[in-house]
Design a binder for this molecule. Structure first.
Ligand SMILES: [Zn+2]
Length: 405
């Protein structure tokens, strides 16, 4: 189906024009600056009134979709809808389900179900070790390069567990590198700074991505690493909650219950260093770490927040409104860079030939966040009651409208 977006502010990491975007057959077929594209010829027409922002769909490198095993917290349906409402068109879901996703068949079965739901492109990560037991390589990695694959995960990850055995970690990273994979390291155990230092000093030639950087020391280690080794393939992410909130916000909601997250919310000093890390490129992307839980699980200390539906508003309000980041920079963090790191071709930019994965935003619209209205089953957010700028008006995936406010 042909769709014409006329008179929009078309902005991504590479472009900033006012004009029109024409979509057909699941692809962006043309980007027309300045020209007023005529109405109609049978397709659907959206008018941006010269004001609404059109950019490429967001790409989340880190979310927990909870299936299989914990559909009380989230289902593929509810998570997909939450993603679409948040402007996300591509999402990597972590492997720490029950059972953990440690083999290709399990990943494919999740991907097939998500494809059937059809709201987003879902890429299940696969674990480094069998059953995430930290004892031997996962069946996926053990099968090695010679295995015939139909699904190649854009990320491998042991999630919050990391691999304690350093020999096994090296073996896993070497196997990942041979398969051309990027490995997301969570660096939660033994303190974030020490865990990041350990990973940076392993010296294995593997593309490593550091998940949810939250500590000043870790930012400085990464800054040092990148300045001494500009060609290093190490990348890093920060979450919306760590850039917007501090320990005080966690304590106000219960540091061991509703305010609990891993890594924890820290002091203002740490938060400001994260902002600087994002500004100067030490941290490459924003990832949600969407971690939906039931209310009972939060009361029992389950860490994490439901993040997909607030990510844009939180990041826009914090980074653009408060810290003067450009919209182009924000879209680099939310879309272009994660697409590049994950190797998702046709994603991350509004350009002819790319996938018609598009999000329309009203950056001036203020909304009061209410977790109870989330599409996600996880209503756990510290942003409830906050007035934030920036809302998602429409999300297009594969050329189809998957969400419209
Ligand atoms: Zn996680």
């Amino acid at each position: 189906m042909k769709i014409i977006f006329r008179n929009f502010r078309v902005i991504d990491a590479f472009t900033d024009v006012t004009g029109s975007v024409i979509v057909d057959g699941g692809r962006i077929v043309d980007v027309v600056p300045d020209a007023v594209v005529p109405h109609g010829d049978g397709g659907l027409v959206f008018d941006g009134c010269g004001r609404l922002v059109l950019t490429s769909g967001f790409v989340d490198m880190h979310a927990h979709f909870r299936e299989p095993g914990s559909s009380g917290k989230e289902t593929l349906e509810s998570a997909s809808l939450a993603a679409a409402r948040g402007g996300y068109t591509s999402v990597v879901c972590m492997a720490n389900t029950s059972p953990p996703v440690d083999n290709e068949a399990a990943a494919i079965s999740i991907k097939r179900r998500a494809d059937a739901i059809g709201l987003i492109s879902l890429y299940p990560a696969i674990s480094l070790t069998e059953g995430m037991n930290g004892k031997k390589l996962s069946p996926y990695l053990a099968a090695g390069r010679s295995a015939v694959r139909t699904y190649s995960p854009p990320l491998l990850s042991e999630d919050g567990r990391d691999v304690a055995d350093e020999g096994l970690l090296r073996t896993a990273l070497r196997a990942a590198a041979e398969g051309g994979h990027t490995v997301s390291c969570h660096c939660d155990f033994g303190g974030e700074d020490a865990a990041v230092k350990r990973v940076l000093e392993l010296g294995v030639d593997c593309r490593i991505h550091i998940a949810h950087v939250s500590a000043k020391g870790a930012v400085n280690l990464l800054r040092d690493h990148k300045s001494h080794a500009p060609e290093s393939p190490v990348t890093a992410e920060a979450t919306p909650h760590h850039i917007a909130l501090t320990r005080g916000d966690a304590e106000a909601s219960g540091a061991e219950t509703f305010g609990k997250v891993a890594p924890p919310l820290r002091s203002e000093e740490h938060r400001l260093e994260l902002i600087e890390g994002l500004r100067d490129g030490v941290i490459d992307v924003i990832a949600t770490d969407h971690a939906p839980h039931t209310t009972d699980d939060k009361l029992n200390g389950a860490p994490g927040f439901s993040g997909l539906e607030t990510a844009f508003a939180v990041c826009y309000t914090t980074l653009v409104k408060r810290y003067n980041f450009s919209l182009q920079k924000l879209f680099s963090l939310l879309s272009a860079e994660p697409a590049r790191i994950l190797g998702l071709s046709g994603c991350g930019a509004i350009a002819a030939g790319n996938n018609a994965d598009i999000v329309v935003l009203d950056t001036e619209r203020e909304t009061v966040i209410d977790g109870d209205t989330f599409a996600s089953r996880g209503k756990n957010t510290l942003f409830s009651g906050r007035k934030l700028y920036g809302s998602v008006v429409l999300t297009l995936h594969d050329g189809r409208v998957v969400y419209q406010a």
